[in-house]
Design a protein around this ligand. Structure first.
Ligand code: SF4
Ligand code: SF4
Length: 503
């Protein structure tokens, strides 16, 4: 066993209200600089939708992530050496049209305009050319709340496997629904960005698994941008270096959660340490599509298991990391309760950000109760199961997003989530019979204690329960304070040089 510690994340999608506060918190701290105008290290997309950059999930176009070739795992793009042949021309990059042309407004004109017949206006000015933009044709969240859905939502790649009828139903006004998908770098256990960089500029920090990008080593080849299937590395056109989310490591090192977590209005975000077996990375990333989620779950180890603790200590993982892992909300959601899933596991980068899928689109119109969907159902709970077949967003769509197409896995998650609601309804509204309740526990593979714990951590968690940030040891804290300043570069922030252990 080769135990590593990873600061990991859960986003509970039922709680996201699509306010974009997280994106703005990040923008204000990290990408409010020249060359970063178009970057959103944290962005929030509407699903169905094409996202940012547009159709980022289309790996036929971008060739991000890994694939299995002759039983072996290899980058879809090319290996580090193969990349050398393409360093002056990389055909798999998103263009400015795929992101958007960033702009500001000529606010000064509102004050300085000469007297005239009309009110002065603030015209859009391109942040790339400095010229007036007559039309703004796209933005980082252009298809927000299904805006322009015939053009955008229609082209969501996850809809490809739906039948014509299912697609048509989705766009019927009465059935129309959507949910929000906030995205940051997943700080993957098998990062495509790291594997793709010929300069070795990207690395996974040994102590907490945060994936960083050395501004000194970056040679502007931009292979990381293609190699990341989530399009979470970006090129700074002013400095000529790539950049990415650093999970606010200076905040983490001082015991605070990242800014997007701290500022999240819906309190959808959870942060905690996972201990995982790095020897299982290759096996987990090479599993068949249907087995990917289970293989990743198997890689994550029980932080209370004495053998795991001994292996962690043998690898130099400090006690405070192990204690953090034992209190981790992420461990509960992902491994204990099995209700948080990685986004697009089929990209095979083993993302360490997990999502609790949203319930709202699953439950259709309800008259008498949350699980009333099918009027033909004779007893109360038959509709609970049929709810999944009648989901407004088809289960196949959710499976494509969160379980590499394995519908059994996502159905299991939904059964448990629905059972938690029935459990709470029985406690609050008191209109669920004991027989119905028992049936729900069996269907959701859960019990009253677990249902209570899931409800508690979902709906009523304290700040300390949501964010279990590991204490940094004193030496690391000092290093963390000094090095970023010592390495300070033109961009206004630096990256720590050490440790650069890669695995
Ligand atoms: Fe790298 Fe982050 Fe992309 Fe994973 S999500 S491949 S760690 S940039
Ligand atoms: Fe969703 Fe939280 Fe971001 Fe608001 S701040 S969009 S609730 S993730």
């Amino acid at each position: 066993m080769n135990i590593r510690a990873q600061v990991s994340m859960v986003f509970h999608l039922d709680k996201c209200i699509g306010c974009h506060t997280c994106s703005i918190a990040c923008k204000n701290i990290w990408t409010d600089r020249k060359g970063t105008e178009y970057m959103w290290w944290n962005n929030v997309e509407t699903k169905p939708g094409t996202g940012y950059p547009t159709r980022w999930e289309d790996q036929k176009k971008y060739k991000g992530g890994f694939e299995k070739k002759n039983g072996k795992l290899s980058l879809k793009l090319q290996g580090r050496t193969g990349a050398l042949g393409n360093i002056f021309y990389n055909p798999n990059l998103p263009s400015m049209d795929d992101y958007y042309e960033p702009w500001t407004y000529d606010y000064g004109h509102l004050f300085d305009a000469p007297e005239g017949d009309d009110q002065p206006t603030a015209r859009a000015i391109s942040l790339v050319t400095g010229k007036v933009m007559d039309t703004i044709e796209s933005g980082p969240n252009w298809d927000d709340d299904l805006g322009g859905s015939p053009v955008y939502a229609e082209n969501d790649i996850n809809l490809d496997e739906l039948s014509e009828e299912e697609r048509e139903q989705l766009s019927e006004v009465e059935r129309m629904t959507f949910f929000y998908l906030p995205r940051i770098c997943n700080h993957c256990a098998n990062p495509g960005c790291v594997a793709a960089c010929p300069a070795g500029a990207l690395y996974k920090r040994g102590e907490d698994g945060i994936v960083l990008l050395s501004q000194e080593k970056c040679r502007a080849w931009r292979m990381c941008i293609s190699g990341c299937p989530y399009k979470k590395t970006y090129f700074n056109w002013s400095t000529g270096k790539s950049e990415k989310c650093i999970l606010c490591y200076p905040r983490i090192e001082s015991g605070q959660p990242p800014a997007c977590f701290h500022s999240c209005v819906g309190r959808i975000r959870y942060l905690g340490v996972l201990l995982y077996d790095a020897d299982q990375i290759e096996k987990a990333a090479s599993a068949e599509d249907a087995d990917l989620v289970e293989a990743q779950r198997a890689m994550i180890q029980d932080p209370f298991d004495p053998a795991v603790i001994a292996a962690a200590k043998a690898n130099g993982i400090p006690d405070n990391m192990i204690t953090s892992a034992q209190k981790s909300p992420v461990y509960k959601f992902v491994k204990e309760w099995k209700i948080a899933l990685p986004l697009h596991a089929e990209f095979r980068t083993l993302p360490m950000l997990f999502y609790v899928p949203p319930m709202m689109p699953v439950l259709a119109k309800s008259k008498d109760g949350i699980y009333e969907v099918d009027q033909s159902g004779s007893d109360g709970l038959a509709p609970l199961l049929s709810a999944l077949d009648k989901a407004r967003v088809p289960i196949k769509f959710m499976a494509r997003l969160f379980s590499a197409g394995n519908t059994a896995i996502i159905e299991e998650v939904y059964r448990k989530l629905i059972t938690v609601r029935i459990h709470r309804r029985s406690a609050e509204v008191k209109d669920v019979s004991q027989a119905e309740l028992e049936k729900a526990y069996v269907s959701g593979k859960t019990n009253p204690e677990e249902a209570d714990a899931i409800f508690r951590l979902t709906a009523l968690p304290t700040y300390e329960e949501r964010f279990v940030v590991p204490d940094m040891s004193r030496e690391l804290a000092v290093e963390a304070t000094v090095l970023p300043l010592a390495n300070k570069q033109e961009t206004g922030f630096g990256f720590r040089k050490k440790p650069e252990r890669r695995f």
